[in-house]
Design a protein around this ligand. Structure first.
Ligand code: B12
Length: 212
């Protein structure tokens, strides 16, 4: 079994030590961190999602798989950092109100930090008011909202409205993401951009703040 298969299976089995060991072994064998992430960890979580849809996995299985993914990610984090000498700007990130999914948001935060952004992470279940207060307090150039549930996507629109009502919309760019989110939805709610994964989120944030 290859190291990537070992990672994939460990995440599917909810085996956190196995996921971490697999990541360690893959990196030691020279696999690029991006490949370990995409073909090992992310591929496994996509399969977990499929098994959940097919009623083969239930919430407890999803939860232990998420823990295993997080264990692998924690080890991968320093290897993912692209490294940049110039500070690129400040980004406030959070998963929107009612939504507890944080793996994708954490990954976006990690990649942003790795490419020179200062990241303020508000965590999960973040209300529009909390985003507004964070913009007042931290004065970021960008906020990044994540939603994994179709039922929580409207909170992104709520946050854009709350920023406008607070007179802050002109001071901050809004980017959004998460599995059910689309470019069309971003345009519909008046966000400044959408991106489908963490590396393109970094490119998007850079273009929003005008850094190449
Ligand atoms: C793991 C998981 C869980 C874990 C979450 C653990 C955690 N700490 O995050 C637990 C078990 C807690 C969970 C709970 C639930 N879940 Co869940 N979960 C998943 C699962 C399997 C994987 C999500 C994940 O981590 N993917 C891996 C990451 C890396 O991908 P990602 O999140 O998409 O992020 C990437 C991009 O989207 C993007 N991105 C993400 N955020 C942002 C932000 C910005 C600004 C940008 C630019 C980009 C960006 O970049 C990321 C990195 O590349 C998905 C299935 C799926 N295919 O998505 C279901 C899924 C999201 N869950 C689902 C459901 C239904 C639930 C529950 C309602 C189940 C229940 N009955 O209780 C609860 C809801 C709890 C809540 N209130 O939030 C459904 C949602 C269906 C829908 N249409 O809304 C899904 C799609 C499963 C399914 N196929 O049905 N879940």
């Amino acid at each position: 079994m290859s190291n990537l298969e070992a990672i994939y299976n460990a995440v599917l089995d909810g085996n956190a030590p196995g996921a971490e060991a697999g990541v360690k072994a893959a990196l030691a064998a020279g696999a690029p961190a991006e490949t370990v992430l995409k073909d090992g960890l992310i591929a496994a979580m996509a399969e977990v999602g499929r098994l959940f849809e097919e009623n083969e996995y239930f919430v407890p299985e999803m939860l232990v798989s998420a823990r295993a993914m997080k264990a692998g990610l924690a080890y991968l984090k320093p290897h993912l950092a692209e490294g940049s000498a110039t500070p690129a700007g400040k980004v406030v990130v959070g998963t929107v109100k009612g939504d507890l999914h944080d793996i994708g948001k954490n990954l976006v935060a990690m990649m942003l930090e790795g490419s020179g952004f200062q990241v303020i992470d508000l965590g999960t279940d973040v209300t529009p008011e909390k985003f507004v207060n964070a913009v007042k307090e931290h004065k970021p150039q960008v906020i990044g909202m994540s939603a994994l549930l179709t039922t929580t996507m409207p909170s992104m629109s709520g946050t854009v409205k709350a920023l406008t009502e607070a007179g802050l919309r002109g001071q901050v760019k809004v980017m959004i993401g998460g599995a059910p989110v689309t470019d069309a939805f971003a345009r519909q709610i008046g966000a400044d951009g959408y991106s489908p994964d963490a590396s393109s989120a970094v490119r998007l944030a850079r273009s929003l703040v005008g850094v190449r």
